[in-house]
Design a protein around this ligand. Structure first.
Ligand code: ASP
Length: 334
């Protein structure tokens, strides 16, 4: 049997940081290849490492997602799988963006990171890396997050915990794999899909706005004046928004008339947006709001950016309706 080939792309995060209490954890000058720090990874696969950047993931920007996606797309031509080492803070956004920029996958793309650095004795970095490299050799052709002995669908993932070692979860989807004494791969892993030419187009001028009692609709109107191209509204429960005092309905209608789609996600971790279950969401739907169903805010923001990037300067509402009416990478039920 030939040894699997895995590409390891480093982007930053706690895993390779140094420092800590009382000084901040900071990205270290990248002097040591992490495979040199953890040589046992070579027992799993033949590894090639590339350092794409070395950032706290709080500093990730959409152009970094495009760079990572391009490197993954290139790497998949010559490797059996790709591992992306990434900070946990925005890992769910990057995982979602990669899933939408690379909808055709016939092999795994595994993001991982750690809550404590690899140089620490008590760290989750070693087990997460071993799990990630192992998963990158397995038949799981999805963009996923390997963390805390589980493999999660990237475009359903959320960071749930800033303290514990099980930082991620997918509240609306069972893990794709569980890594215990054996590795159990779930039956809902997507089948291999034909790899498509890489399309880097993405529109970053998207605004995510959490609805709260007292939200002044004129603030959203100002964002429309400021050139926002798409809005993700984090609404209450099943998609409800205020429609009496401080009603958001007129500004949703105004945005839609300006060809700025307003996509509605729920503030709840589980359950789907159903525009029309209550009066507020019925009015929002009539004004033109687009339901994101059970999608996470992370997935909705990144999918809207990709959909708008492909739409160009016209037909943005139509593009959003079409994008949010279908599953591209398992982010919602088809
Ligand atoms: N601030 C870090 C980052 O996201 C947190 C981590 O990696 O766990 O890069």
């Amino acid at each position: 049997m030939t040894t699997p080939r895995v590409l390891l792309l480093h982007t930053g995060g706690t895993l390779m940081m140094r420092g800590g209490e009382p000084s901040p954890l900071l990205p270290d000058v990248y002097t040591q290849d992490l495979v040199m720090e953890l040589p046992l990874l070579r027992k799993i696969a033949e590894l090639e490492t590339r350092i794409l950047c070395n950032l706290d993931s709080g500093d990730m920007q959409p152009h970094h997602w495009v760079d990572i996606a391009r490197a993954v797309h290139e790497g998949l031509g010559t490797h059996d799988g790709v591992v992306v080492v990434h900070g946990t803070d925005t890992m769910a956004y990057t995982a979602s963006a990669l899933a939408f920029l690379l909808p055709g996958l016939d092999r795994p793309v595994v993001l991982t990171g750690a809550q404590r650095p690899l140089v620490e004795v008590r760290s989750d970095a070693r087990s997460n890396l071993v799990d990630a490299v192992s998963l990158a050799t397995m038949p799981v052709p999805e963009v996923g997050i390997a963390f805390g002995s589980r493999f999660f669908r990237g475009c359903r993932a959320v960071k749930l915990d800033a303290w514990g070692m099980h930082a991620f979860g997918t509240p609306t989807c069972a893990p794709l794999a569980e890594l215990g004494v054996t590795v159990e791969v779930a039956s809902h892993v997507l089948p291999p899909r034909a790899v498509e030419p890489f399309d880097p187009r993405l529109e970053p001028r998207v605004l995510a706005l959490r609805v709260f009692p007292g939200l002044d609709p004129s603030l959203l109107r100002a964002a429309l004046e400021g050139g926002v191209r798409g809005v993700v509204l984090e609404a209450y429960g099943a998609g409800n928004v205020p429609h009496l005092e401080n009603s958001l309905v007129p500004v949703i209608a105004e945005a839609t008339a300006r060809d700025v789609p307003v996509v509605v996600v729920s503030q709840c971790a589980r359950g789907a947006v159903v525009l029309g279950r209550y009066g507020g969401s019925a009015a929002a739907g009539e004004a033109g709001a687009v339901s994101a169903g059970e999608m996470t805010a992370e997935a909705a923001v990144t999918k809207l950016m990709v959909a708008l990037g492909r739409a160009g300067d016209s037909g943005r509402v139509l593009a959003a309706r079409s994008a949010f009416g279908a599953s591209w990478a398992g982010e919602c039920d088809p």
